[in-house]
Design a protein. Structure first.
Length: 252
């Protein structure tokens, strides 16, 4: 009898069999979906809105652009991208593996009168149902750390963006100042699970979100993965002293 080797992967601070991660992450987002927007505002004191707006400034959106927002969730970024693009002949795909999250996002876009510019697509970012070189811009905001095979997701982003196109990945990262890092740790571990309990009746999902940030690669490591995936002219923009970082890569 041959011994089977079970590969493990991070799930918050735990290590679990690789094949279990996607299902567990799915459960978390299905649980938090109805309160996700409220909790984002509560946890970040509204800062996530400023970070997302900053990403749009870096995106260089032009008329007729074809844009794909991955791990789009409840659609904040898809909404901002669509407003910036306007009725210019382009469009925005919002894609997420979780239908509950995506439905909430698409409803918001519908209510804002922008649904003619947006198409929701339920898909795993590790294996996307889009042709090679389809988009001028691909974004993923606070999604990458939840994905099982992050390098594969980066390769998929490289595959679907057009030559000359841009990929922007925004994620929580490693603060550059030790004082901020200390305060951020105290806040994350002592306050956020409590906020999750208070606003969403769920501290465990928010404990995972905090822990997953600590297991995510730092700025330098993620930049290396961008180059490995085939991107050029890669850059990092730290926001709030590196609590969040925007990674940019261009496909030539
Ligand atoms: C923290 S939310 C971010 C949502 C949104 N981009 C935002 O910034 O508010 C992470 C999202 O990643 C999605 N996700 C997790 N794994 C995924 C995968 N393999 N492929 C696509 N989306 C995934 C989750 O369903 C969830 O909606």
């Amino acid at each position: 009898m041959t011994e089977q080797k079970h590969e493990k992967i991070d799930f918050g601070f735990k290590d679990i069999p690789v094949e279990e991660k996607q299902g567990k992450v799915g459960e978390i987002f299905t649980n938090v979906a109805p309160k996700y927007d409220l909790m984002n505002d509560a946890m970040s004191f509204g800062m996530h809105r400023l970070w997302k707006r900053y990403l749009i400034k870096l995106a260089g959106i032009k008329p007729k652009h074809k844009i794909c927002d991955l791990a789009s969730g409840t659609g904040d970024v898809a909404m901002l991208l669509t407003k910036e693009l306007g009725d210019t002949g382009g469009n925005v795909i919002m894609s997420d593996i979780n239908k509950e999250m995506l439905d909430i996002g698409y409803d918001k876009i519908f209510d804002a009168g922008l649904s003619h510019l947006v198409e929701p697509v339920v898909a795993n970012s590790e294996s996307l149902p889009f042709a090679d070189s389809s988009f001028d811009l691909v974004t993923m905001v606070f999604g990458l750390r939840n994905i099982t095979d992050k390098k594969r997701a980066l390769s998929e982003m490289h595959r679907i963006v057009k030559p000359g196109g841009t990929v922007l990945v925004m994620e929580f990262s490693k603060p550059k100042s030790s004082l901020i890092s200390y305060a951020y740790d105290k806040y994350s571990f002592n306050v956020i699970p409590g906020l999750g309990k208070f606003f969403a009746g769920d501290s465990e999902s928010y404990r995972y979100l905090v822990e997953s940030i600590r297991r995510h690669p730092n700025q330098e490591q993620l930049q290396e993965w961008f180059y490995e995936a085939g991107f050029d002219s890669c850059s990092i923009t730290n926001l709030s002293s590196g609590v969040v970082a925007i990674h940019k890569g261009v496909k030539y």
